[in-house]
Design a protein around this ligand. Structure first.
Ligand code: ADP
Length: 162
């Protein structure tokens, strides 16, 4: 039987319960899920690639069909290299739609065999993103409802070192 590999790309700076909600859904839908940290975004991340990958590995360890990796360059080239036919993206609100729609159609033009599938998180995570978590943590707010304990500790250490 055909095995389907999906790639879930993102910055994950840091991974939140919103990302984990999507990872859990993808893990139950596909044979293998590669959570891929994008190394070439225009964003200036708080955490290094290694730190972001370490946090992702730690919080996804219980999902046996989930692996963490990184990629540079075009996402569709990376997907092809990994024999992945699905790209996963999370859709939180209408505001995500325009950019995601453009990206998914562009990726399909570049690589027609790869389809983007959008997953919606539990509604309690629809307002959540990594930059909100970074900002709250910088003001020493309690972020334990937004990120796993391991990530909360890494945030606190990181922000102290700045
Ligand atoms: P990117 O720079 O690619 O947007 P992010 O780490 O911000 O990287 O997000 C990666 C993916 O996870 C995107 O598809 C984004 O929409 C999705 N995502 C981020 N936060 C949430 C959330 N709270 N609920 C569902 N999906 C989310």
């Amino acid at each position: 039987m055909k095995k389907i590999t999906a790639v879930y790309p993102g910055t994950f700076d840091p991974v939140t319960y919103g990302h984990l909600d999507i990872i859990q859904r993808a893990s139950s839908l596909f044979d293998k899920v590669i959570v891929a940290v994008a190394l070439n975004t225009s964003k200036k991340p708080l955490f290094t690639e290694g730190e972001r990958e370490d946090m992702l590995k730690h919080v996804t360890a219980k999902y046996k069909n989930v692996v963490v990796d990184e990629f540079k360059g075009l996402l569709v080239d990376y997907a092809k290299k990994k024999n992945a036919t699905v790209i996963i993206r999370g859709l939180r609100a209408l505001s995500d739609f325009e950019y995601e729609f453009q990206m998914s159609l562009t990726n399909r033009k570049l690589q027609p065999d790869v389809n983007t599938i959008f997953l919606m998180p539990n509604e309690k995570y629809t307002y959540l993103n990594s930059s909100l978590v970074r900002e709250l943590a910088a003001f020493k707010a309690d972020v334990s409802g937004f990120v796993p304990e391991y990530v909360r500790k890494k945030l606190s250490v990181k922000l102290k070192s700045l």
